[in-house]
Design a protein around this ligand. Structure first.
Ligand SMILES: [Zn+2]
Length: 433
């Protein structure tokens, strides 16, 4: 995934101070260097996740939400989420990030848009620091509750003044603009329907003032487009453009229903898309026109989306799903395995504004996934890179900024069994009501 898309056999990768400083055969590291042997493995850039709601890892396969469409699904889950607090946010983020790391992810964004009972964005940042992943949390928001004709219960919405103040607080407190940054904060009202037109506009102004990125859900399904037409009198792309929500510092989740003009708008403005194929299937939203987007020049990354609407957060599995879904609608040549891997690595890095990540190249950050392809899943393969999308579902080793996060298939940064025990306790308490 370097600029020439080279595929090297038997090469070494030299890492120093979090940066890749050499690639090629027979590199001679410093005497004190640690050597990780990767014979029988494929070494790829760490995968990049561009859309998630980590807090939902505590609400998988909830009865009543399993077979509902998007809006009905939300109405089932809101009362459960309103009982969350800081500990639920932290533990669900630890669990979700662990799952991502084991499936090859080194850089993840997150979209947290509800803050009940004292929960704060830093509950999830703390979790990412513990797990050791590069993290782009976005400060989400909802301000239109049930009493104003919105979907969420009033207890889950905030005033728009408080939302903007807290965005400023978390950007000033945690956003790191430098190359190699481990944490970057974005601004992310939940969707055009959950906040006012004024907040969408002010959020865009604030993000530009602070030099941070903008993120939201857009054009997810037919209902979404119909609501945009009836409430705003225009399609989602037009609404986004009118309020400053297009540009190379903006990325939108889903975009399943973008039409030709909207794809053209996104391509012209370099507005990014987080493609979430499993979630789109799970909620019956449709098939996003990813091939057309990429051909037009729209930056596209991959997202697992929240576990409320995916139930899984396995990023290499998501890459395979992206490939299969394009083929289901566009034919066997609609997306190659290499194209899916590109979307999952440098595509996602571009969407998040990280040209220092998502590729193995000299001078790039040392975010690297090592996949053991000597096992039964990969046996008999004639093309191991292509097979990656039907091969192992877990990495053997994972490095972020040169630091080992996974070794021999196990997380070395956190005590995962203990986290899972805590997760079970919290889930049981939530289920009991
Ligand atoms: Zn989402």
């Amino acid at each position: 995934m370097d600029d020439a898309r080279r595929e090297l056999a038997g090469a070494d990768v030299l890492i120093e101070h979090g940066v890749i400083t050499g690639i090629g055969p027979d590199l001679h590291p410093h005497e004190a260097a640690e050597v990780v042997h990767a014979a029988g493995c494929i070494v790829t850039p760490g995968l990049v996740n561009t859309h998630h709601h980590l807090y939902q890892t505590l609400t998988r396969a909830v009865p009543g939400a399993q077979d509902a469409l998007l809006f009905g699904w939300l109405k089932t889950l809101y009362p459960i989420w309103s009982r969350f607090g800081p500990e639920e946010m932290r533990v669900s983020a630890l669990t979700g990030l662990a799952e991502l790391a084991l499936s090859g992810c080194t850089l993840s964004s997150d979209h947290l848009y509800l803050f009940p009972n004292g929960a704060r964005l830093e509950d999830t940042i703390d979790a990412a620091v513990e797990v050791g992943l590069r993290f782009h949390p976005t400060r989400g928001a909802m301000s239109i509750g049930e009493s104003d004709g919105g979907l969420p219960p009033d207890a889950l919405v905030e005033t728009e003044k408080h939302i903007l103040d807290d965005c400023i607080r978390v950007i000033d407190g945690f956003h790191d603009p430098i190359e190699g940054a481990m944490v970057r904060v974005g601004v992310a009202p939940c969707s055009p329907f959950s906040v006012s037109r004024e907040l969408m506009r002010d959020a865009a102004l604030l993000a530009r003032d602070k030099g941070v990125r903008l993120h939201t859900h857009l054009a997810e399904n037919d209902e979404d487009v119909a609501d945009s037409l009836s409430q705003f009198g225009c399609r989602p792309g037009q609404y986004a453009e009118d309020l400053g929500w297009t540009g190379d510092d903006v990325w939108h989740a889903h975009c399943v229903k973008l039409d030709e003009d909207e794809i053209d708008l996104f391509a012209r403005t370099r507005t990014g898309v987080a493609h979430c194929p499993c979630s789109n299937c799970r909620l019956g939203s449709g098939i996003a026109p990813i091939r057309a987007m990429r051909e037009a020049g729209v930056p596209v990354g991959l997202g697992v989306d929240g576990s409320g609407s995916n139930d899984s957060g396995n990023l290499i599995g998501e890459a395979r799903q992206a490939m299969l879904l394009q083929r289901a609608s566009g034919g066997a040549d609609a997306m190659s395995a290499r194209a899916a891997l590109e979307i999952a690595t440098r595509g996602g890095a571009e969407v998040l504004g990280r040209d220092d990540c998502g590729r193995i190249g000299v001078g790039k950050r040392a975010d690297i996934a090592v996949w053991d392809v000597s096992g039964v899943e990969a046996a008999g393969s004639w093309d191991r890179v292509a097979l990656l999308l039907a091969g192992p579902r877990r990495v053997r080793d994972l490095f972020v900024e040169g630091r080992q996060v996974v070794r021999d298939g196990q997380l070395v940064t956190i005590d995962l069994p203990r986290v899972l025990e805590r997760q079970r306790d919290l889930a049981e308490r939530l289920a009991a009501g």
